[in-house]
Write a protein that binds this ligand. Sequence first.
Ligand SMILES: Nc1ncnc2c1ncn2[C@@H]1O[C@H](COP(=O)(O)OP(=O)(O)OP(=O)(O)O)[C@@H](O)[C@H]1O
Ligand SMILES: [Mg+2]
Length: 457
Amino acid sequence: MSRSVLVVDDEVRLADVLAAALEDLGYRATAVHSARAALAELEQARFDLVLTDLRLPVMDGRALLREVRSRWPEIPVIIITAFAAVRDAVDLVKEGAFDYIAKPFEIDDVSATIRRALRLADIVRDNERLRGELEGRYSFATLVGNSAAFRRVIEQVTEVCETKATVLLNGESGTGKELVARAIHFNSPRRDRPFIAVNCAAIPETLLESELFGHVKGAFTGAVTNRTGRFAAADGGTLFLDEIGDMPLPIQAKLLRVIQERSFEPVGATRTQTVDVRLVAATHKDIRRAVDKGSFREDLFYRLNVFPIQLPPLRERADDIPLLAAHFLAELAEAMGKRATGFSPAALAAMTAYDWPGNIRELHNCIERAVIVAKTQTIDAPDLPQDLFSSRRGERDVLPRDLDAELERIERDFIIEALRRSDGIQVRAAKLLGIAERSLWHRIKKLGIKLGRAIAD
Ligand SMILES: Nc1ncnc2c1ncn2[C@@H]1O[C@H](COP(=O)(O)OP(=O)(O)OP(=O)(O)O)[C@@H](O)[C@H]1O
Ligand SMILES: [Mg+2]
């Protein structure tokens, strides 16, 4: 679509000629003869650019520029000025005009300046959109859930994100600890500063200290250069200490010092460094128990536990399962270019009844697999992993109506699972189940298990 330019000049003929020339260059141009008329046009329609004379009666180009800058900051303004007033025009560039053009001018110069202005406006707009998307990804809008248990989490996140308080996230694996940590950072005043994550369980004890605090050249074998640690990298931002329950005691002591004194020394260094870092820590462990056992420092626990947030397991927010499932389905189908649009009632019932030991991550993986295997637009129960049907929640509280059929179902599920884990190799499957290969073979026949299907499923 062609770009629209608003031309403002009290010399009627000049404005009209300029507008016609711009039309010839492929723009949609509107000519007006006063700043007031320009503002009226801007209120009516969207313009991509304003081209205005500096000297206008009543309200001049400077006043118009200010008005446009404050009300439509995304619209670039180019000033046209008589040669004698170029100095004023330069001032206007300082006030936010994109550029100025001195009279008399060649239409080519006008056209080149307009093109530059529009290109820059595009870049700024794209940048803002990307930024918006990036922030959108982490804002509360990404935290899907409407159950009472999850609304409590959102409330706590809202309460704490504006502050600098240390947050301790506790929850089973896959309950969204990292996602919540990011939401806290990206909704905090530190959002423009770094978010740095360190998984304390994934880094060997010998390296964790230098990972967190950095080291100087020659501090230990292998330290061939100076290295900045994660604390320094997160300066001004947020440091996410994941699996804090696995942090070795000596490093806990050093962490305690950073929290208390806001300073640390890189490994092998003599100079102390200060940092301004907001801490968010997470663990799936019961740290209080670890304190009782002596594997976690009590003083550090109190320092971290300033604002604890407990993330509920998915089985305790079953109301959210359909919502999350639909959210992942839309996201994954789009990413994979599939047309899957919804779930059959049987599939939804199975998902809601399952207890999701791997929580939201497991649900995400389940939907991902279903989107791949589903042959129709609706995801049906057979598209879901077998696990959903082999350990139904609360099963043990209910007596089976037909014990033999129930035992057969359990036997079949175990055999299919063992075959799947052993790629269909029966000797191995038998070993996994602790039975003889012959016995496995008999059972497969008795239960009518189709080998190809069992493994492919
Ligand atoms: N409320 C939510 N809404 C949408 N997606 C979520 C939500 N919570 C978690 N997820 C998604 O679930 C997955 C697991 O979340 P995350 O990695 O944050 O969990 P975690 O608690 O850090 O797990 P672990 O302890 O295993 O590291 C991610 O793909 C995340 O985007
Ligand atoms: Mg995690």
